[in-house]
Design a protein around this ligand. Sequence first.
Ligand SMILES: Nc1nc2c(ncn2[C@@H]2O[C@H](COP(=O)(O)OP(=O)(O)OP(=O)(O)O)[C@@H](O)[C@H]2O)c(=O)[nH]1
Ligand SMILES: [Mg+2]
Length: 204
Amino acid sequence: MKRCIVLGKPNVGKTLLVLALADHMKAKDVEITFQDPGGVRYSRKYPIDIAIRELVGTLPHQTKCLQSLVLEFRAGKGKKKVELVDTTGLIDAIHDDPLTRKAMAQTLSAVGGAQIMIHVIDAHLMGSVDKSSDPEDADLDMQLAAFAGPRGGYCIVANKMDLPGAKRGLARIRRLFTGYKVLPVSAATKEGLKEVRRHVLLNL
Ligand SMILES: Nc1nc2c(ncn2[C@@H]2O[C@H](COP(=O)(O)OP(=O)(O)OP(=O)(O)O)[C@@H](O)[C@H]2O)c(=O)[nH]1
Ligand SMILES: [Mg+2]
């Protein structure tokens, strides 16, 4: 089974994107496997709305381990399963909390085992930052694109397109990440999820 990893900075909407995609693909319940950085694994089944309530949060680093679920894609006449992996948000600095540091290292090492990569960037935030700070501000995202992009199966999701300033943010993302596939999405309103699904399907 192929692996699709969802990564990016904290609070950009990775967890909501994964659950919204499962919902878009008509999954009623999701079975999420949690794999903590120490190697402990356990699974839990949720109705999607409960998973959103429990796993999506407004504070950064809500997700502190790999959280995966399996989705079935129609490919030609058959079906193919994909493991969709939600990850801990990455930051540019050494985090104070050792567990969060371990979880970030776990995110990066999981990239190696993935054939498909979805890099989520908050378009609303990108649209509200002073233009003069372009390169520094997008530094971690640029490093991530340089790290994950050449492996193939990579795309950028410009998320939170429903929020003010996001169109400006999308233009800025397209300018900074020239040459990469950029998909405008709102995980909240489900706009653009069809294109995300198509990206996964194209790489199966
Ligand atoms: N308006 C809007 N809010 C969104 C969207 N996607 C996510 N959010 C909100 O952004 C916040 C963070 O969402 P999460 O899905 O938890 O973000 P994350 O990237 O998984 O965050 P960490 O796990 O902390 O790294 C929550 O309050 C979500 O409801 C979107 O498309 N539009
Ligand atoms: Mg999360």
